[in-house]
Design a protein around this ligand. Structure first.
Ligand code: GLC
Length: 425
């Protein structure tokens, strides 16, 4: 092609770009980066760009929710307009809420009412709606059906059964030549994910929820200590020592490469461990997490989830709210449920035949969601992250064998008492 043939083409492209920009504004959204989150956020953003003529800048958040929180606190407390839409964790409204606009004037009531009412309640302050629900989460047990069949074992229903089953499979697989094989992987690093895991262990033994709905500190119980001691016994036996540094994606990496019998993770992992190129595709089952034992024993799943909020410092609140409403809307949630197993916040989609065909395990997820255990973020408000940090440190110390459950929980109770001036949050 001659130089003169190329030039007009280049010029036309530049012009097209300028025309699109002139017609619209640029909205920046900070999206999570666990699993397929970035790719799926980009995909949805592209559709909104095509529909509105605006441009979206997708900013990648750090993987750890705790690191994200620290970063967003900095950005927002500086009053920066760099990011218009924030993907916020379900436990953050009390911490960051004052930096977000009320979305009520931008979204009609029917759109709000299509979501689980409990999630909307958690995102509301009085009459104001601080964020729109994007996807929810509940902890699940992933297991290797092929290995349970190989060793003629059943899906464990209690943590003791899990401990034994994981050990049997681990011993067998190592004997068969895989010395990198482990029985169980989970999120054991010092961060919010460990709070989620440990809350499940403790609640499954009937050991409380750290802080009760009335503000009372409920974590220093014999059942809670028992749960933590059991979890500590896994580290270096059925779980690698490295689990003390695992987040969601570390656990998924081990499980997906075929090197673990069980994994605790959120629903998104299903979209990846069972996808086309996964070495364990077709071999994975999903069940409720095991129960503890003793009085009050039950299966407990921590409630997680992510929502979209618009910064008060945004230069384009109208467009930003429109992007948030588009991404959290029914069509986009359906697309994301099918493409990435993101657990929808819209109850009607749990009966959608296309969703159920792509993600048959969604049929059980609605029940997991209904019974899911909230972290004590509502009662502890802006101090939730301090509470959670004290909690995950006490748990991490126990898992690292620096003190047993009872000792670390007694200390935690003192620390929480001091922080709350005796439970007055
Ligand atoms: C998931 C949950 C979120 C939780 C986080 C912990 O992303 O949805 O609520 O805080 O995991 O790692």
């Amino acid at each position: 092609m001659s130089r003169s043939a190329i030039l007009p083409l280049t010029f036309a492209l530049v012009l097209a770009g300028t025309a699109a920009q002139a017609a619209g504004v640029t909205v920046a959204i900070a999206c999570g980066s666990v699993g397929a989150e970035q790719a799926q956020c980009q995909e949805g953003a592209k559709e909104w760009e095509a529909k509105t003529g605006n441009t979206v800048k997708v900013v990648a958040a750090p993987q750890s929710t705790s690191d994200q929180l620290a970063l967003y606190q900095q950005i927002l407390s500086a009053g920066s307009s760099d990011i218009d839409v924030f993907q916020i964790d379900v436990v953050w409204p009390g911490i960051l809420g004052s930096h977000f606009i009320d979305l009520k004037p931008y979204v009609d009531q029917a759109t709000i009412d299509q979501h689980f009412p409990n999630i909307i309640k958690g995102l509301s302050r009085g009459d104001q709606l601080l964020a729109l629900p994007w996807f929810t989460d509940a902890g699940l047990l992933y297991y290797r059906q092929d290995l349970l069949d190989k060793y003629k074992l059943k899906v464990p229903e209690t943590w003791d059964q899990l401990t034994e089953t994981a050990k049997t499979i681990q011993d067998g697989e190592r004997k068969d030549g895989n010395d990198r094989f482990f029985g169980f992987v989970f999120q054991g690093r010092s961060y919010e994910g460990l709070t989620c895991n440990a809350l499940e262990w403790i609640a499954s033994f009937g050991g409380g929820t750290i802080v009760g709905p009335d503000g009372k500190i409920t974590v220093n119980t014999p059942q809670a200590a028992k749960a933590l001691d059991l979890a500590a016994s896994w580290v270096g036996t059925i779980a690698p020592d490295g689990v003390l540094n695992y987040m969601e994606e570390d656990a998924r990496g081990v499980f997906q490469s075929g090197n673990a019998a069980f994994m605790r993770n959120w629903p998104y992992a299903h979209g990846l461990v069972d996808a086309g190129d996964s070495p364990v595709k077709g071999k994975v089952g999903v069940a409720a997490l095991p129960k503890g034992d003793g009085e009050g024993a039950r299966s407990a799943a921590t409630l997680g989830g992510w929502n979209l909020a618009v910064s008060k410092y945004s230069a384009h609140p109208k467009e930003a709210a429109d992007l948030a409403a588009f991404l959290t809307g029914k069509d986009e949630q359906k697309r994301r449920a099918i493409a990435g197993a993101f657990q929808t916040t819209i109850p009607a989609l749990y009966e959608d035949p296309d969703v159920l065909k792509a993600q048959p395990f969604f049929a059980t997820l609605k029940t997991a969601f209904d019974g899911a255990l909230a972290r004590p973020s509502a009662i502890t408000g802006e101090r939730y992250n301090e509470v959670s940090t004290l909690f995950w440190n006490a748990v991490h110390n126990t898992l690292s064998k620096q003190g047993d459950g009872a000792t670390n929980l007694a200390q935690l109770q003192k620390d929480l008492n001091r922080l709350s001036r005796g439970g007055r949050w």
